[in-house]
Design a protein around this ligand. Structure first.
Ligand code: PEP
Length: 251
């Protein structure tokens, strides 16, 4: 059976002391609890090693929010998949809509990042999702299919089996607008059928598909109750233990 996962994406928030305090607070809050999902926090590069050393990483997985599309070398300012793995990350968020739009990451670049992440033993949390105009034009199914096909469909079946996908409609990220549980279920089921057409039903059934976009303590239960919604990628509400914990407990 596929995993349920609640993953935080802190984005470019928290200084190192603030991030350490947040991670330790979450670690404390989860102690002794029986969880029905895996918990992951996506933290800034600068925080990875300190946070991985300060928390119980069997309880909380640590994710980088990006990695370079090259293995090593003269790429000033870039951080490689091997580097984040060596700092204690076990996951990496790849293809977030902010990276696609502000840093022009296209399918080719994302494909390279996914391959490097997998080669370095990281679990990619691969983000897809349509813009508002695309949803309004009824193109959302087509958009997510192209994103999945463009970056993932050269993977071997073995590598495909290591992926997590996050469906994040761009119009719901940081806007306070959430897809309804029904909208999320509809497109998650569609994504799973696209995956099944390529990799077979069993592989598609084993792939966790997370929802992201203004998920919070109020809407999390209805979203994760849907059969094809296997958890969430949480931005704003992952920045405080009080807001994140009820989402973790929504299962
Ligand atoms: C995100 O950035 O992945 C996200 C879902 O953000 P928010 O929860 O703030 O909408």
């Amino acid at each position: 059976m596929r995993k349920n996962i609640i993953a935080g994406n802190w984005k470019m928030n928290t200084t190192l002391p603030e991030g350490l305090a947040l991670a330790k607070g979450l670690n404390e809050a989860l102690k002794g609890k029986t969880l029905k999902c895996d918990v992951v926090i996506g933290v800034p590069f600068t925080h990875l090693a300190s946070i991985a050393a300060a928390i119980d990483t069997d309880r909380i997985g640590v994710a980088a929010q990006n990695c370079a599309n090259n293995g090593k070398g003269a790429f000033t300012g870039e951080v490689s998949a091997a580097m984040v793995a060596s700092a204690g990350a076990t996951y990496v968020i790849i293809g977030h809509s902010e990276r696609r739009s502000y840093y022009h990451e296209n399918d080719e670049i994302l494909k390279e990042k996914v391959n490097l992440a997998l080669a370095n033993g990281l679990t990619p949390i691969f983000c897809i999702g349509e813009a508002l105009e695309e949803r309004e034009a009824g193109k959302h199914f087509e958009v997510v299919d192209l994103q999945v096909e463009g970056a993932l469909f050269d993977l071997s079946a073995g590598d495909f089996g290591k992926l997590v996908i996050a469906y994040e409609p761009v119009w719901a990220i940081g806007t306070g607008k959430t897809a309804t549980a029904e909208q999320a279920q509809e497109i998650h089921a569609h994504i799973r059928s696209t995956l099944a057409n390529k990799y077979g039903q069993t592989a598609a059934d084993n792939c966790p598909i997370l929802y992201g976009g203004s998920m919070n303590a109020e809407n999390a239960k209805a979203l994760v109750a849907k059969p094809d919604v296997d958890g969430g990628l949480i931005g704003g509400a992952s920045l405080s233990v009080e807001k994140f914990l009820p989402i973790v407990e929504a299962f």
